[in-house]
Design a protein around this ligand. Structure first.
Ligand code: GCW
Length: 673
């Protein structure tokens, strides 16, 4: 059944005419070398091509005309071809048609494996394979998923079942799904995975010896696929796991405990990636509990990991109840520490200064820390975007962030260039996505949420890729290459994020979701337990107007950006309309550059969002002939739910804002039910 388990690695037979015309030199597979990675590449090529070509593609033991040749220059047949491997880096690849041979090569076995997956992607997306001449290398060093999976297998902010990591059965039993997980990630070129949630006790438990052995078993499955395993660690683990009386990072016993723990981990997992840490954030313990700084905490762990070449990913998602605007706190905390982190520390910041909202400006941490390796953290799981139910393709959101110009070193200092390390010539670079994977047969809860996992991985490899290209690739591999399907559905995906912004948080509003679950609307909520969790704090609507003044006359968050950006955000006329209320408190009568006044525009955005969901429904119905019953139906059902939810967002939000603005509904907008 087409339940979505195969993800984008479906390898269903191509049309006969396409095979004859476009897939030459694939009659047999000749793999050079016998490492587990080369064997994995060979296995994938055989599996993929046999499926796509509709007949078993044999392995060859001698190079014949028409064969695929895969390996590294360690092999003489490949070395003598003078391939442009100097541009492929340690993990990239060359794919080149040489005479009547398709050569797939990397400088390393993992590079060759990435090339095998890239080649299969080309075949699946109906690329022209007659005279290939491709070189590709990842632009970002560490490309990883962050699982918010608890050791009891519950997921924090997961909407797709429970954790695929079955800790109870590990290390004794390796579920075959682990290998499919590794294949899927390797197909995108991801090279790391953090197995555990940075919040809560899992980050301590997983440092116990028995659990390290479980992680080691998973590392064994990931290793051939070029994926390193990392763990989230809890700052207080020396007390909880080690029985010490303190976790003070300047205490010699504590420092020794982390060193010993690191040594133990590396004995069991020689290529262990490192630690992810959430400290002094949302109630998690941290160095500030002892009057120490984030740098003291991070550097203690970095010292323990450095002899083993491990990395500390120290999260910048730090805030506490305070009179200071929440969106300013992360930058305020880390700016004074710029340059104080050891070389194997990465400060990992969420894309925006708040919390994975449908739209936020980029976080000023990007560009603000020239002497710190600054990693990107995106959220693949859609905590604030309708969970697995709403069809929201996230690549346009991520692309918007990556292409934002920080102006940190003048024009062209995009967030992407900060993250890939090139702007400030940083030794380390990283990008992480909070995973949306669980035990659901389709992995992500919905079919279209697979596209977000896919898009994250593709952007991690190349942050300059375009959302449209990625959507087309994914659709062709996941469903069909028929343009009558791919074109309309690509368009639907590309518009879907803006649609969600419209019915949830238009014009730069944020955090209007109901308390704690964050699914439905809650603009009226002012009793979430903490002022900085109250939706009313983020809209500040009253009879005079709406929005948060973050200019110099207000919270002055604009001051955290480079001068040209700060200048634009300080002026409502120069602020992009889609961020207007993030930076400005404006009267309802404010004349919008796009027409009408602020009140009318706001209401129209909500209504427009609902109309667009209705359009998505109609469009999907027309796609029925192209999609198998099961995947068609779950998508149709979810769109119907999304439509109802969007109406609730529209009606609830408008009703609340109207109760403070006391203004009549503009023409063309239905009165709330
Ligand atoms: O978005 C918030 C979530 C928390 C999460 C936190 C974080 C892992 O509501 O569930 O905890 O962010 O990123 O640490």
């Amino acid at each position: 059944a087409e339940d979505g388990y195969d993800l984008w690695l479906r390898y269903r037979p191509l049309e006969k005419a396409v095979i004859a015309r476009d897939v030459p030199y694939a009659s047999a597979i000749m793999a050079q070398g016998a490492s587990p990675t080369i064997l994995a590449a060979r296995e994938e090529l055989q599996r993929g091509l046999s499926g796509l070509l509709g007949k078993r593609v044999p392995l060859a033991t001698a190079l014949k005309s028409g064969t695929i040749l895969i390996g590294t220059p360690k092999d003489l047949a490949i070395a003598k071809l003078a391939l442009p491997l100097e541009k492929a880096g340690a993990e990239g690849y060359v794919i080149k048609t040489v005479g009547r041979t398709t050569v797939i090569a990397g400088n390393s076995d993992v590079g060759a494996l990435h090339g095998a997956f890239a080649y299969l992607r080309l075949v699946q997306t109906r690329g022209m394979l007659n005279s290939l001449d491709i070189v590709s290398a990842p632009k970002i060093g560490l490309r990883m998923l962050n699982h918010w999976d608890n050791v009891d297998r519950t997921l924090e902010r997961g909407y797709s079942g429970i954790s695929i990591f079955n800790w109870w059965e590990l290390p004794g039993h390796l579920d075959p799904q682990y290998k499919d997980y590794a294949r899927a990630n390797a197909s995108l070129g991801l090279n790391g995975t953090v197995l555990t949630n940075p919040s809560g006790v899992s980050a301590a438990t997983s440092l116990e010896t028995a659990w390290i052995k479980k992680a080691a078993a998973l590392a064994g499955v990931m290793r051939p696929y070029g994926i390193k395993v990392y763990l989230s660690v809890r700052f207080s683990a020396p007390m909880e796991v080690g029985g010490l009386k303190t976790a003070d990072p300047l205490d010699p016993q504590v420092r020794q405990w982390w060193k010993d723990k690191a040594d133990e981990i590396y004995t069991l997992i020689p290529d262990f990636g490192g630690f992810l840490v959430k400290a002094n954030s949302e109630g998690q313990p941290g160095p500030q509990d002892y009057g120490r700084s984030h740098a003291d905490g991070a550097n203690m762990m970095a010292e323990a990991l450095a002899p083993h070449h491990g990395i500390v990913l120290w999260r910048a998602f730090v805030y506490s109840p305070s009179p200071e605007d929440r969106v300013k706190q992360s930058y305020n905390e880390f700016k004074p520490l710029d340059g104080k982190f050891l070389p194997n520390v990465i400060v990992q910041s969420k894309n925006g200064p708040l919390d994975f909202q449908p739209r936020e400006p980029f976080s000023p941490v990007f560009g603000g820390l020239p002497n710190t390796s600054t990693g990107m953290e995106f959220q693949i799981t859609k905590e604030y975007l309708g969970f697995e139910i709403h069809l929201v393709y996230l690549a346009p959101l991520w692309q918007e962030v990556l292409r934002s110009d920080t102006f940190a070193k003048g024009e062209g200092s995009t967030v992407a260039r900060v993250v890939d390390g090139s702007l400030f010539q940083r030794p380390l670079s990283s990008i992480a996505g909070a995973s949306n994977i669980g035990t659901a047969r389709n992995w992500s809860g919905s079919i279209f949420d697979q596209a977000n996992w896919y898009a994250f991985g593709r952007l991690a490899w190349d942050p300059d890729l375009d959302s449209k290209t990625i959507a087309e690739e994914w659709l062709k591999q996941t469903f069909t290459a028929d343009p009558k399907f791919v074109e309309p559905v690509t368009e639907m995906m590309l518009g879907s994020r803006e649609t969600a912004v419209d019915y949830m948080t238009p014009l730069g509003l944020a955090h209007q979701m109901a308390t704690s679950h964050h699914y439905g609307p809650g603009p009226w909520v002012d009793d979430a337990g903490r002022p900085d969790w109250n939706p009313v704090y983020y809209a500040r609507a009253d009879e005079n107007g709406i929005g948060v003044d973050r200019t110099a006359t207000g919270a002055n968050a604009v001051s955290q950006y480079a001068a040209p950006v700060a200048k634009a955000f300080s002026d409502p006329k120069a602020t992009p309309e889609n961020l207007l209320l993030w930076f400005h408190h404006l009267p309802w009568s404010y004349a919008m550059p796009s027409g009408g006044n602020l009140w009318e525009s706001l209401v129209h955005h909500y209504a427009h969002g609902v109309n667009k969901v209705a359009e998505m429904q109609t469009r999907w119905q027309a796609m029925k002939p192209f999609v198998d019953a099961e995947r068609f139906q779950i998508t149709a059902d979810f769109l119907a739910m999304q439509k109802e939810n969007a109406e609730l967002w529209r009606d609830g939000s408008i009703a609340y804002f109207q109760s403070v603005s006391h203004l009549p509904l503009p023409d063309g907008v239905p009165a709330p039910a």
